[in-house]
Design a protein around this ligand. Structure first.
Ligand SMILES: *[C@@H]1O[C@H](CO)[C@@H](O)[C@H](O)[C@H]1NC(C)=O
Ligand SMILES: *[C@@H]1O[C@H](CO)[C@@H](O)[C@H](O)[C@H]1NC(C)=O
Ligand SMILES: *[C@@H]1O[C@H](CO)[C@@H](O)[C@H](O)[C@H]1NC(C)=O
Ligand SMILES: *[C@@H]1O[C@H](CO)[C@@H](O)[C@H](O)[C@H]1NC(C)=O
Ligand SMILES: *[C@@H]1O[C@H](CO)[C@@H](O)[C@H](O)[C@H]1NC(C)=O
Ligand SMILES: *[C@@H]1O[C@H](CO)[C@@H](O)[C@H](O)[C@H]1NC(C)=O
Ligand SMILES: *[C@@H]1O[C@H](CO)[C@@H](O)[C@H](O)[C@H]1NC(C)=O
Length: 583
């Protein structure tokens, strides 16, 4: 066993665990880890698991609709742990001063066993819980003698503990992997129960591999929700076998679709990592792409040039609001789709943002933009949808406008996703509803790139310098400064379930996907896991967070996620040089 006193000065730099655990004590003893390290997992079908015998296929239990079992989840996590430590490690030279020497392998002590100890039987819905059904807390201990123990009350807690375990280790330039932090003692639990990223795959097309890679990063940030905004006015890439023309005609190209098999694979890939996918079919607005297959269902389709009277983005168009044909269509759509969601998720998102009332002036089933006429029809529309969701075992999520602008009466079960303001969060919980946060001034990842609309020379002066509606760019510091509970009275904090960082994709496609989301969504992940305030109730410090986030970025890059740098190496090499306002 070796102690590296010479580097202990910088122990506070390369000690990253992101997001920050509830409590974390460590020493500065070096321990190595080799591919013969054993995992003692009581349910393992092969006894002790090692790198050599770790399972490489997971049961797709059809009798269960394909939902992963607890064993599938742990087996997958063990494999990921090996892969992260032995294949996707990184040499942490950027986090030490010039001339830093890596520990030497002489007289090395090795980690011998990782004991995984599940303290109680998993709840039934462990891979697709409703908020509060699964305890994600864990403890992690690593002794100087090389015994590691992770304990948790659920399989998902074991997964989170293994993720933390990988972050203790670094790659050595001569090969091998080591930690300089033993002994380690961690007790950890999330502050918020809903921690997610929302990815829009309608405005631009993303491959299944892009989506799975994003889910991997979501899981590595200990987030537990992945919201797929899978359709919108611009394209309908989700294949619905009962309505084959929807995607065939509504996608950008007939081959740019997610087949039923793709959709299942994506959901499974999320669920097996303790990430519940939430599929959103936004409606009744944001549905123009249905027009290509079912023109009779859509009102105000592609009005030009003044589309902006009828919609937030071109092409305008909305589902008709008083049409039995729309009802039959939605019934068929949900009957096909929701049973395929059910094995992997307890939730389904029915959208409801930015509904434009003018579009109903052109809707022959209504011919009005008067709230008094439209409101009862919207109530009926949403009630029909939500009743069908419930009958198929799913809990609805809607955007804030349904509650706050349309004054709908929503079931107690419905989660309301806010985006416009902190006031919206306060208003939703004041009405007794569960809320998700994601204020666009902080947690919209698309902001600050400038406009994607083209301005005619006759008006272009007016729009110079072509900022977008939510400029400026939301630097990780801005994202990190957002407190989901700000503006909510303490007696209602329990109704704020958590939130999501949003990746709207007007100017994002597979080429810049990773760097648009990461590591900025990691800042939201830490706020949601660790809380916006430290144990003393102070705002979390950028100075403390930034070297850890830089390190998390290196880990993401090593895993194949092309996350952006947040600082120069000059800053991370010392950790105290790039500050302003030190007192
Ligand atoms: C498949 O799922 C069913 C239903 O939950 C369960 O009874 C069965 O044991 C599972 N089979 C395997 C091989 O895990
Ligand atoms: C493996 O873990 C179980 C508890 O999960 C424990 O009872 C057993 O002693 C462990 N085996 C070894 C060899 O450490
Ligand atoms: C497990 O549940 C117990 C009892 O509710 C709790 O005290 C503990 O903190 C939980 N988490 C872990 C990792 O033991
Ligand atoms: C809705 O449609 C029904 C049946 O077509 C019609 O009787 C009713 O007047 C319509 N409601 C409105 C507000 O237009
Ligand atoms: C909802 O209520 C607010 C405040 O009473 C009102 O301004 C708004 O017009 C109502 N919306 C609808 C669609 O009825
Ligand atoms: C803490 O952060 C909030 C924003 O969430 C800000 O309004 C407040 O001024 C900060 N407090 C201090 C002491 O800096
Ligand atoms: C890091 O920066 C601090 C503050 O400027 C300085 O005192 C220290 O010597 C630096 N250490 C190294 C190793 O560069």
């Amino acid at each position: 066993m070796k102690s590296f006193i010479s580097i202990s000065l910088f122990a506070s730099i390369a000690t990253a665990i992101w997001p920050l655990p509830l409590s974390y004590d460590h020493g500065n003893t070096v321990l190595w880890i080799g591919k013969d390290v054993q995992v003692n997992w009581s349910s393992a079908k092969v006894g002790f698991i090692t790198y050599q015998n770790s399972p490489d296929s997971y049961g797709n239990n059809e009798s269960n609709g394909g939902s992963p079992s607890s064993d599938d989840m742990v087996d997958f996590a063990i494999k990921q742990t090996y892969q992260t430590i032995f294949e996707n490690g990184f040499v942490p030279w950027k986090f030490h001063p010039k001339g830093w020497e890596e520990p030497s392998e002489e007289e090395a002590t090795y980690v011998k066993t990782i004991h995984l100890n599940l303290l109680q039987a998993d709840p039934k819905n462990v891979a697709k819980p409703l908020v509060g059904q699964v305890d994600e807390s864990y403890t992690l201990e690593l002794t100087n003698e090389g015994e590691a123990t992770i304990q948790a009350n659920s399989t998902v807690g074991i997964l989170r503990g293994l993720t933390t375990f990988t972050q203790l280790f670094f790659k050595h330039s001569d090969g091998g992997a080591y930690t300089m932090l033993a002994p380690v003692e961690i007790m950890d639990a999330p502050k918020f129960m809903h921690r997610g990223v929302n990815l829009d795959v309608s405005r631009n097309w993303f491959t299944v591999a892009d989506i799975k890679r994003t889910i991997d990063a979501v899981a590595y940030n200990k987030m537990n929700r992945f919201h797929l905004h899978v359709t919108d006015s611009q394209s309908w890439p989700l294949d619905i076998p009962a309505l084959p023309d929807l995607a065939k005609k509504g996608a950008y190209r007939p081959d740019l679709i997610y087949t039923a098999k793709d959709f299942k694979d994506i959901q499974y890939h999320a669920a097996i990592q303790g990430v519940e996918m939430i599929t959103e079919i936004d409606m009744p607005g944001h549905t123009s792409s249905i027009w290509y297959s079912y023109p009779e269902l859509i009102s105000a389709f592609n009005v030009q040039p003044d589309w902006d009277t009828y919609a937030a983005e071109p092409p305008s168009g909305t589902l008709k609001l008083n049409s039995s044909a729309v009802d039959s269509f939605l019934e068929k759509l949900f009957d096909d789709l929701l049973p395929r969601v059910y094995p992997f998720s307890s939730y389904f998102h029915t959208g409801g943002d930015e509904v434009n009332k003018n579009a109903y002036k052109l809707d022959e089933t209504v011919r009005s933009s008067d709230s008094a006429v439209l409101q009862p029809l919207m109530q009926k529309f949403v009630d029909r949808n939500h009743n069908q969701l419930r009958s198929l075992g799913l809990t609805p999520i809607v955007w804030e406008e349904m509650l706050l602008d349309w004054n709908l009466t929503l079931g107690e079960d419905v989660i309301v996703q806010t985006w416009q303001s902190d006031q919206a969060v306060a208003d939703v919980v004041a009405k007794g509803h569960k809320a998700l946060v994601g204020n666009y001034n902080y947690w919209y990842l698309d902001c600050g790139k400038g406009q994607w609309l083209d301005f005619d020379p006759s008006v272009s002066d007016q729009y110079w310098p072509y900022n977008d509606y939510c400029a400026p760019f939301h630097n990780w510091r801005l994202i990190y400064s957002y407190d989901p509970l700000s503006g909510v009275p303490p007696s209602l904090h329990h109704l704020v379930l958590g939130g999501e960082a949003h990746m709207w994709a007007e100017q994002t496609d597979p080429v810049n996907l990773d760097r648009m989301i990461w590591p900025r969504a990691s800042a939201a992940a830490e706020v949601l896991w660790s809380g916006a305030k430290d144990a003393e109730g102070r705002n979390r410090s950028q100075t403390e967070a930034s070297p850890r986030l830089s390190e998390m970025r290196e880990r993401l890059v090593a895993k194949g996620i092309r996350a952006e740098p947040i600082q120069m190496v000059y800053c991370t090499m010392n950790g105290t040089q790039c500050q302003l306002g030190l007192t």
